[in-house]
Design a protein. Sequence first.
Length: 275
Amino acid sequence: METTQPIRDLQEIPISQIEPDPNQPRKDLDLPRLVSSIREFGLYKPITVRPNGDNFIIIVGERRFRGCKELNHETIAAFIDESGVDPAITRMVLDTHGKDYKAVEEAELYWSVQQAHGFSNQQLAEWSDKSKSHISGILKLAALSDADKEKVRRAELSTRDAIKIAQKSQKERDAEFRRLAAPPKKAAATKPLKAPAKNKKTVGDQTREIERLKKDLPVVKIPDQDTRTEVRNGVSVFNYRGFVTLRFGPETDFREQVFEALSPILGVRFEFDES
């Protein structure tokens, strides 16, 4: 960018001599995070100002200026721009690459430069180091009505999404704004799953069920005389002088189940010592 005079070196300027620019396009100057950062780490980037009599007007860095002022700093690091270039152009070149520059504010800045200097979209793209398609889109956003711009601000859209809306017809824009303003839909309430009904059986039902199952089991007859009868592999029944004994082989794994079934009948609980 050619200038009539170079920007002066960095200087410390009393905050009392600095004034905000009344034509500053940025409206959202939320400060808490910036103030916290300045308090902890100091000012990481100087502001840029231009002379105005004995004082100075901010070109770039109003949030940083307000943050330092809130922290009661007496001075602030600043570059003094005496180039004579329209502050809006300087702001466009230096400030619109910031991540927190809002879509509508950026659009109004480009529009003001184009109106003041008659720049073509291509010239704006070259000065701002943005693509021509970005400039075309952002100027469509600048051309929206004030009411629609306010809707874009309230929706807190990214620049890309705001441009997409600006490129729609008015009818489509209105529909999109209604969608954005509508409260989020509540997820449909799901009916709690019902646990399957338990099959409540009476003692009589259980007894009949056992009798039915017993009928389906193979029969093993145990003689009255002293005998050893193989019930199944690894399990034998000994009938000796009126005493009946169950013997389990080492390979069986249902010994505990048998005694567990006997527990309610005998009124005791069995525990096996595996030591």
